[in-house]
Design a protein around this ligand. Structure first.
Ligand code: HEC
Ligand code: HEC
Length: 343
């Protein structure tokens, strides 16, 4: 699953990857302003410490392993297998994308003091996860989904930090990231500091609880099609179609339409949704491993039901996407996918 974000970029339009990433950085931030020159907006670190409790350990492990798929990026996987097979200890990091002069690395997030985050303070880890600030105060590349994670509640954040600290420290020196100067500058505009506490999410209805889980699971990153300027296409939230490609640019699958339309998953019931997320197959049809069902399968029944309840609140969008058909150009999402020419 790890490099899909960049792979997807590489596939959209006929642009070079560099131009695309520049656009992405711009789209994420709307107005770039002076940040590229004066550095990322950030708040000072505090001395707060997150006490380890059994509840936090359990919750942190659950969020990391079942919902937020941290390890899909921060560990090494054989992605040719379906589901992908873990090849390293969890959290030791991996090269995320490598095009020679441009390399993005998902760092070692085990508590190793030299090559991991063993010497980071609790608040520095917290700030990296929710606000996108690296150890040296610069912006993290926004493939690290801090734009979604900023909605993580304070207590859930504490739980994740407590869990990361409990991982066995592994010394794993990764090759250095190489971010071309233009991008290194542009992404400085992405981080937005959080100066107020983030309260517990509203989980008063299953749909609201599901919305929080879907945010943390970054479903929209893959399931909402983007226009050439990398903004979500208005009116097509979760309507699918994005090409998810491997590091060579070969498309593995296009994301599915998750809206309750007949061309989406309108025919699903709760039981079929749970079965799909648990088994990676819609009845007899196997899903590609590019869909991280192999992470989400670890969610509880109640949480999967909540995600389903949330998906049911989406506006139905007519947009057939069928990975069993040959790809054709789609004028709705701008991608090539099965049944694209019917749209
Ligand atoms: C889609 C891939 C992806 C996911 C999912 C992801 N990360 Fe990251 N993360 C990255 C990349 C890539 C970087 C480095 C960005 C850079 O170098 O600018 C990063 C950076 C970090 C850093 C800063 C480490 C350092 O040494 O600078 C921390 C801490 C971190 N991630 C923790 C997490 C946690 C915890 C989760 C889950 C809650 C998570 N990440 C989910 C890709 C990801
Ligand atoms: C890294 C990209 C990615 C993320 C993140 C992602 N998906 Fe998917 N998803 C896909 C792709 C690609 C497919 C199509 C797979 C195929 O047809 O083989 C898919 C297919 C599905 C399907 C099957 C639909 C069908 O009947 O064909 C469901 C259900 C689904 N995703 C739900 C979710 C939910 C819920 C989330 C968030 C919790 C999510 N996905 C996050 C990429 C992603």
């Amino acid at each position: 699953m790890s490099r899909t974000w960049v792979r997807r970029l590489a596939k959209i339009g006929g642009y070079g990857i560099l131009a695309l990433l520049a656009l992405a950085a711009l789209a994420i931030t709307f107005t770039v302003g002076w940040r590229p020159l004066i550095g990322a907006k950030k708040r000072p670190l505090t001395a707060r410490k997150f006490e380890s409790t059994p509840e936090r350990m359990r919750r942190g492990e659950y969020l990391v392993h079942a919902v937020m798929h941290c390890m899909g990026c921060h560990s090494k996987y054989d992605e040719k297998a379906n589901p992908p097979v873990l090849l390293s200890t969890e959290g030791v990091g991996d090269v995320f994308f490598d095009a020679g002069s441009f390399r993005i690395v998902a760092p070692n997030i085990t508590p190793d003091p030299e090559t991991g985050i063993g010497n980071w303070s609790d608040d520095a880890i917290a700030r990296a996860i929710r606000e996108g600030i690296a150890a040296d105060g610069s912006a993290l590349f926004p493939v690290m989904p801090y734009e979604h994670f900023r909605h993580l509640s304070d207590e859930d954040l504490a739980s994740i930090v407590v869990f990361l600290r409990s991982l066995p420290p592994v010394h794993n020196q990764l090759p250095p990231a190489k971010i071309p100067l233009l991008f290194a500058r542009l992404i400085q505009a992405a981080p937005q500091p959080l100066t107020e506490p983030v309260a517990e999410p509203d989980i008063s209805t299953p749909a609201k609880r599901g919305a929080y889980l879907a945010e943390m699971g970054t479903c929209t990153d893959c399931h909402t099609p983007l226009n050439p300027k990398f903004q979500p296409i208005a009116g097509m939230e979760m309507a699918g179609g994005n090409s998810i490609a491997d590091e060579s640019g070969r498309v593995l699958a296009n994301s599915a339409n998750l809206t309750p339309d007949a061309s989406g998953i309108g025919y699903y019931d709760e039981a079929l949704f749970i079965q799909t997320m648990r088994t990676g197959a819609v009845r007899a049809r196997k899903l590609n491993g590019a869909m991280p069902w192999w992470v989400f399968r670890n969610m509880t029944d109640d949480d999967l039901k909540a995600v389903f309840a949330y998906l049911r609140t989406l506006k139905p969008v007519h947009h057939p996407v069928d990975n069993t058909e040959p790809p054709t150009q789609c004028k709705l999402c701008g991608q090539k996918h099965g049944m694209g020419d019917r749209n």
